[in-house]
Design a protein around this ligand. Sequence first.
Ligand code: PEP
Ligand code: MG
Length: 942
Amino acid sequence: MADSGTKTYKAAKRYIYAWGAGKAEGNGEMKDLLGGKGAGLAEMTNAGLPTPPGFTITTEACNDYFGAGKQLPAGLWDDVLTAVKVVEQQTGKGLGDPKNPLLVSVRSGAKFSMPGMMDTVLNLGLNETTLQGLIASTGNERFGWDAYRRFISMFGRIVMDVPAHVVKGKDGTEVAYNRFDEALDAAKEKHGKDAKDTDLDVADLKKLVAEYKKIVKTTLSRDFPDDPNEQLDLAIKAVFGSWFGKRATDYRNSQKIAHDLGTAVNVVTMVFGNMGNDSGTGVAFTRDPNTGEKVLFGEYLVNAQGEDVVAGIRTPAKIAQLAQDMPKAYAEFKKIAEKLEKHYKDVQDLEFTIERGRLYMLQTRSAKRTAAAAVKIAIDMVKEKLITQEMALARIEPAQVDQLLRDQFDPRARATAKRIAKGLNASPGAAVGKAVFHADVAAAWAAKGEKVVLIREETSPDDFHGMAVAQGILTAKGGATSHAAVVARQIGKPCVAGCSELEVNYATKSVTANGVTIKEGDAVSLDGSTGEVFAGALPTVHARYEDQKDLQTVLGWADKVRRLQVWTNADKPEEAAQARSYGAQGIGLCRTEHMFREGERLAIVRSAILVANVATRAKAKLEAGQKLDAEEKKAVAQFDAAMAKLEALQQGDFEGILAAMSGLPVTIRLIDPPLHEFLPNLDDQLVKVTKAGPKATAKDLELLATIKSMHEQNPMLGLRGCRLGLMIPDFVKIQTRAILNAAIAVKKAKKDPHPKIMIPLVGHVNELEATHAILAAEAEKVVKAAGVKIDYEFGTMIEIPRACWVADEIAKRATFFSFGTNDLTQMTFGYSRDDAEGGFLLKYVEGIAVPGEKEPMKILPYNVFQSLDPVIVKEMKLAVELGRKTRPDLNVGICGEHGGDPASIKNCHDTNLNYVSCSPFRVPVARLAAAQAALAGPERDK
Ligand code: PEP
Ligand code: MG
């Protein structure tokens, strides 16, 4: 062993890395093996900072523990005892020593921070005998008994799994109460309504210890274990076990963290922040994680243990207060904080304890931060020359950009709104929803599609599933580093914490503040940016990108780095203009049929559709030199009149879009959906006609006949896209004319139009050949007649798997490809995109109960309509390679919904696409994601 020279480990693998006496066996780079906490403790020790001695049991040991059916790997326990011996030598204390007992904390610590999601046991090593030693060595009886009751409560709940006290409400909802907390609350209540845990005296604590032991005995039919070695063995296994606990699993699912990483276990010498008024404990950030401001930000409690700060049991003091209370410790802490930030080149989230005036560092890790703080810190650190622009870009999560563009309350409405309370602005954003008071209720209501705001006295990790689905979180207790605040910031939910004006009453399911009562189901609005709480539902307004100069600066850096262009999917001039202001470099998809449904247009479209088939057949007859009967002539006249109106209207639409995107490419897709989508529903029309009986009008009967004639069993695989254009060419002819005439008009107005005409749903090259022949002839006529030179192209969507296989043939005719990954996913998986997500697909993602499997089996790792499946990526690669074989300069993009998804954007980068196209609102996110893709190199998930 590097540090002691006296230990040798017995296990076949190196499972233990120790630190102490200024040296550590691990270092900050070893997060995979030691977890974030273990690596941070090793790094701090190596940097000469004061840490309490201890050791880390690796994540590999956790995986081997599960691999062996929940058995510690051979030799590991001996190695733990060896490592304990070294800690005993370094501290001069002994585990189980009746005179001078060593107490340790046993803490989880995975590679990625999972705040409060796994378990920690403090004060391990205490029993009735060592307690006397602790009391004698500290001379503080109250402290000893307090430490003991905390240990039993934590160990009882976490390690021994003492069941909660479940109370069933009238509505059938079950609420679980921690039995130890119930006993503690009862003891506190004897000292008055607002009594704190510090009000309990030795006699109270002794009683509480007896009570706690009784809880263990009655619920588990066994005694609380006294042997410190047994305690340690059980605690290590419990921390390993917590890796697959519900909370941790839910959290990893929500944060897309792999389940096979495992957690490390840190066994650390206890230092006590609750040894009197010269002791304390706290958490602090080297910069404000809400705003990004460069100030030491945090909270601490005098005479308290770590969990008191995080759990929000007492409202802590601001860290600046420490400068007054314990100036020496504060000065040292401030220096260490600065040193750590410089060392890690990032904002640090620190945990510390002061034991009788002596400072110990317990943790350092990169701080979670709000979106606004992430951007400000990135910019400030670049200015301070601490990091490069590239490093800054890698640090901002695409989801945070999304958060910055999230809704805020309408300032006019808020001016007159009924503000009922103000708490801490713990996580920004506006949240509106129905008040609920329990995480299970939040989850149940959200599953029914309700928007909820979760209101709690304080939150605990058990509430995560409710927080994850709530619009926002409101707590009465706890500070900016309480569980509610930390988790809300991380998952991007608005949160108002520590709102002490609130009186939360779980029994009546209501909250009262300043005379106003909000009951379960009542609307409530939270402003996480100001800490305000309003009764009722306030209207929200879009966050304005134009106002966000810092974000614009960062995205400007992203633009210098990224190779992928970012285009947008927009159907209207306003959308195009908005996307352009967000930085869109073109339109990748304009769905022309969206314009068919608006206002007066639907009637015109219907009038054309009603006679479309007859008129098309009649026109073919005419071309073949045959004569038409009166009915055919009438149909042609009706059809042509409607189509002429439609053409004029569409030309107006396209002029608007081409003008808004002057100088940039605009991809306009020809009609895609089946025509019956523009007609009334078959069942509704049938009911109408049936109800009317003999009084049914001729018009209704004709409509019914048309709907029936167009009805398809599988319209998504039926007469749509280019197939429709080939059957009724006039639809696409008028669209081509409208596009080119619009371009001509825009050009005449001294703007610079670049239309790209896109043919949808091509599966066979002949479909493209035939469509192209019809359209190219039409286009030529228009341009020739106008005598104006227009830059236009014909390309196609690649959205049918077969098209990927024949992309080389398709590229002979198409000058650009755009992947329609919505359809490509639908047709590759055979999942109906209209039905799957509301049906089996989300169950596939959540997991299905399978015999012999403890956990539900996930059929899919994620929703493949949101994020590209690897097989779709393979199909895209095939199409790109084949297409560019024929046409090396083939321009290729994506316009399916995946185009705005950061993970899919990385796939698009790696597949050498030219651009991604996404909804206007996602353009800024895509700019950053494209830059990150370029910075991360070619492989995914590097
Ligand atoms: C697609 O299929 O991915 C696509 C963009 O087209 P639509 O969603 O309109 O079918
Ligand atoms: Mg499609």
